[in-house]
Design a protein around this ligand. Structure first.
Ligand code: HEC
Ligand code: HEC
Length: 269
């Protein structure tokens, strides 16, 4: 006890205490300061934009212009948003190889990390729809029946009743939705690529989009189970009606002929 109080009175004691206190506050600040993480995020973000800018200059600028202002070979990208880039590049539509009625799906040539960088750069040119999170597009727990209803009123006129796809005018077509990932389904609705109308959250809520994704998943998922029995190609009322006419009516005629033959025989005897 004596020893301690002797040390306390030591001329350096105050300095040591002050230093310790400073170190403690500094340490606590480093642990709890939110600004640090935010700063790290913005550095990562600006790094991604920087990398994306380089990729863009090589692969996209020739058609879309160095600043995304567009040219005779491609539309402006200012304000199309990260979601449009993720969809167009992630499905292999972009970079376009040759001008045609419609940019076709091709082999994807960029890694997802590079696509994210391209998307970050394009998003930095002007605000637009962001890449949806898994929570937004994951169809788990969504209502597939409601989705079917929404699909028939909003999408079936182009993509057919179970998303088989169909031809449009001037060599354009609505592609089959089989095997399209939930994320790309969501982004297509959000951004409306080419001749497809867009369905922003104001006209179609996030939940509605999820329901539609659940429906498309259900009709395309397992080809061996079809909720209505034989799926007849899933082409909708025409093929189903034709099936009813040919086989249904055929069966009725066969029964009628059989009954007539029986009664004729019965009369004879
Ligand atoms: C050979 C020219 C060409 C190249 C190269 C090209 N694009 Fe495109 N891009 C187009 C054309 C043309 C369209 C419009 C397609 C249509 O509407 O038929 C388009 C459309 C887009 C769209 C959709 C815009 C919207 O309004 O939704 C995005 C996003 C896009 N391109 C991104 C890119 C990115 C990113 C690259 C580079 C990896 C790239 N493009 C490379 C020609 C090109
Ligand atoms: C007016 C016709 C039209 C309507 C309505 C329409 N689409 Fe499309 N859709 C298209 C066309 C055309 C394309 C091809 C665009 C392209 O290749 O860039 C397309 C592309 C898509 C793709 C991309 C498929 C792929 O292979 O990558 C998805 C997903 C999609 N549509 C979903 C939907 C959904 C879901 C709805 C309803 C909410 C819908 N579409 C409504 C015409 C339409």
């Amino acid at each position: 006890m004596k020893k301690l109080s002797a040390r306390r009175r030591h001329p350096l004691a105050a300095v040591v205490v002050l230093l310790l206190a400073l170190a403690a506050t500094g340490g606590l600040y480093a642990v709890f300061a939110p600004a640090d993480k935010a700063q790290a995020d913005t550095t990562a973000q600006s790094l991604a934009i920087e990398e994306g800018k380089k990729l863009y200059a090589v692969g996209c600028a020739s058609c879309h212009g160095t600043g995304g202002q567009g040219s005779t070979d491609g539309p402006p990208l200012v304000g199309v948003g990260a979601a449009a880039v993720d969809f167009q590049v992630g499905t292999g539509r972009m970079p376009l190889q040759q001008q045609s009625a419609q940019a076709p799906k091709k082999k994807v040539i960029y890694s997802q990390a590079e696509i994210d960088q391209l998307a970050a750069f394009v998003a930095s040119l002007g605000a637009g729809p962001e890449i949806p999170t898994k929570q937004q597009y994951d169809p788990a727990g969504a209502d597939a029946a409601k989705g079917g209803e929404l699909f028939r009123t909003n999408c079936a006129q182009c993509h057919n009743f179970t998303g088989q796809g169909g031809a449009l005018t001037h060599g354009k077509y609505a592609p089959s939705l089989e095997g399209v990932s939930p994320k790309h389904l969501y982004e297509a609705m959000q951004t409306g690529p080419q001749n497809m109308p867009s369905f922003p959250d104001t006209t179609m809520t996030e939940q509605n989009k999820k329901d539609i994704i659940a429906y498309v998943d259900a009709v395309n998922g397992d080809k061996t189970v079809s909720p209505g029995g034989l799926n007849l190609g899933g082409l909708g009322p025409v093929s189903e009606g034709l099936f009813a006419w040919i086989f249904g009516l055929g069966a009725l005629i066969a029964v009628a002929v059989w009954v007539a033959a029986r009664t004729a025989k019965a009369k004879k005897s």
